[in-house]
Design a binder for this molecule. Structure first.
Ligand code: 9D3
Length: 221
């Protein structure tokens, strides 16, 4: 998969996507990630990317010309173009799954008070938020989406990680887990886990997953 990102803060992308599983996905060619500075598509002397809203109001908007030019340069017919903004639909695992089926994505990170509406109407296929809290810009949301999508690409997770995924994606929170030592400063691991009774262990874990989910995330039940 190719993912292009259009942002005013390309330097934010160095680091988080150069580690661990995403790093491996990039090195193996499963993810071709390209980060572009929106300012490179502005042509005036000050490389202006924003302007004041017609009709007045607080803050600045991203002006359309640099974004249209970037899209014309970076996309093909099949590119899925996604705006990141607090007004988007809320990203979740199902959306990650859909996006993972695209060949090319372009993520356009917002800033200031938002986008000129013509960007939304003419360019965007979708508009996503990552949740109901206010960030300073869309760069972290772009990285969150890249991470969640990349790990779903065939071949990115190892066999063990994928198998674990299969057996635990039953829509509940995970049950409590323990590793050695069996007694840490007087805090003991539940006896059943040391019993070797695998049927009883599975039953206890299932019960704990349900208890935990109903306490913390009743919306999932
Ligand atoms: C109406 C005033 N603000 C909306 C809550 C304007 C505004 C604040 C912050 C517009 C953009 C931003 C920067 N945030 C994003 O671009 C963003 C975001 C977020 O803040 N939270 C969750 N998901 C996202 S995706 C992009």
């Amino acid at each position: 998969m190719k993912i292009d990102v259009l942002t005013l803060f390309p330097a934010m992308f160095a680091g988080p996507l150069d580690e661990s599983i995403i790093k491996r996905a990039r090195e193996s060619g499963l993810l071709d990630l390209r980060v572009h500075n929106l300012r490179d598509y502005a042509h005036d002397r000050h490389r202006t990317v924003d302007d004041r809203p017609f009709g007045g109001g607080p803050g600045m908007l991203l002006k359309p010309e640099p974004i249209f030019e970037a899209v014309e340069n970076l996309t093909s017919e099949i590119t899925r173009i996604i705006l990141l903004s607090p007004s988007g639909r809320t990203f979740n695992q199902a959306i990650a799954g859909e996006l993972a089926e695209s060949k090319d994505l372009l993520l356009i990170s917002g800033h200031y008070e938002g986008f000129d509406e013509r960007v939304r109407e003419q360019l965007a296929d979708d508009e996503l938020s990552i949740g109901d809290y206010v960030l300073t810009n869309g760069a972290l949301p772009a990285m969150v989406i890249i991470d969640a999508v990349t790990r779903l690409l065939p071949g990115v997770l190892g066999d063990e990680e994928s198998a674990h995924e299969e057996s635990f994606s039953h829509g509940l929170l995970e049950y409590p887990q323990y590793t050695r030592p069996a007694d840490f400063r007087g805090m003991k691991v539940p006896d059943v886990l040391l019993s070797g009774d695998h049927a009883e262990i599975a039953r206890g874990r299932g019960e704990q997953a349900l208890v935990r989910t109903s306490e913390r995330r009743p919306d999932l039940l």
